[in-house]
Design a protein around this ligand. Structure first.
Ligand SMILES: O=C(O)CCC(=O)C(=O)O
Length: 291
């Protein structure tokens, strides 16, 4: 693999604008990818305490109306399932300095800034998406549907911690689909939509874009390589038909100053940012971008 990149080229930035994603890009060193792969395995095995759950857990959302008419949403806690096929490690940067060092790497911050076109970049969240042998698809979705913002001022950096291709859980994307409207979020267990009653008129995303006439591209990435994608891009991933775990480290960077809607839009951690106010480094860590 070539050395990790310091920046994206003008052509790559242009491709991101037109297609809504750019890949493959050498994002971290192969040895760092292997280190994070082992770190993720420790968390999944329960050797390190983590906020981890099964991505395919059932999702239910409750609407709460306060006395003053303010509406917020929260997740109805079902019995959490022990991660076994699709562990999801949320905000692992908060617990593990091995992940934090990558999440706050100025090179990655700089590339996120190139795509966001903003002055200041904040780390919104990170996660490890691990697919055990036999894990099924991640259904087609747009990330924005799950987030407490309306402006698509976030870029995702998806980093393969293993060599990942169509046979073991590749990211699949529909080029240009970031230019469509927002669709309803889907449950990762069965692709059923949720929040339809709270978002009237918001359409359902097709679960078979190929048959609907859309081009589908599968990432092919070596460990340490990855891609950048737009929050409205239609994407998912293929099943893991191999005999080995497949892990990806996923970072979400937001432009400072984006209006934060919090649980008035979707259940999310309380960052202490007032509904409608700009999110700043008082709420989320500032990512260095000086390379
Ligand atoms: O890694 C995967 O299987 C899916 C990742 C994903 O949906 C994302 O990065 O937004």
């Amino acid at each position: 693999m070539s050395a990790p990149r310091q920046r994206l080229t003008v052509k790559e930035v242009e491709r991101y604008r037109v297609e809504g994603f750019v890949q493959p890009v050498a994002i971290i060193d192969f040895h760092d990818a292997v280190r994070l792969r082992h770190a993720a395995a420790e968390h999944i095995a329960g050797l390190v305490p983590t906020e981890r759950y099964e991505l395919t857990d059932e999702v239910k959302v409750r609407r709460i109306e306060a006395g003053d008419g303010t509406v917020t949403y929260e997740y109805v806690d079902e019995q959490p399932t022990e991660p076994h096929t699709l562990p999801f490690l949320f905000n692992i940067w908060r617990l593990d300095s091995r992940f934090r060092a990558i999440a706050l790497d100025p090179r990655i911050g700089f590339m996120a800034k190139q795509l966001l076109g903003c002055d200041e970049v904040l780390l919104m969240e990170d996660n490890v998406v691990a697919k055990a042998p036999g894990a099924g698809v991640v259904p087609w979705h747009q990330d924005l549907s799950y987030w407490p913002i309306e402006d698509p001022a976030v870029v995702t950096v998806w980093i393969a911690l293993d060599d990942i291709h169509a046979a073991n859980g590749a990211m699949t994307v529909v080029p240009g689909s970031h230019r469509t409207v927002e669709h309803l979020p889907v449950q990762f267990r069965d692709a059923a939509t949720f929040m339809a009653e709270h978002r009237p008129g918001v359409p359902t995303l097709t679960q078979d874009p190929g048959s609907a006439g859309h081009p589908v591209v599968a990432y092919r990435t070596r460990a340490g390589e990855g891609g950048f994608h737009h929050p409205l891009l239609w994407h998912g991933s293929t099943p893991n038909g191999s005999r080995a775990m497949r892990s990806a480290y996923v970072l979400r960077y937001i432009a400072a100053g984006t209006a934060w809607l919090g649980s008035s839009r979707v259940p999310y951690d309380d960052l202490g940012c007032v509904t409608g106010a700009p999110v700043t480094s008082d709420h989320l860590p500032r990512v260095p971008t000086d390379t």
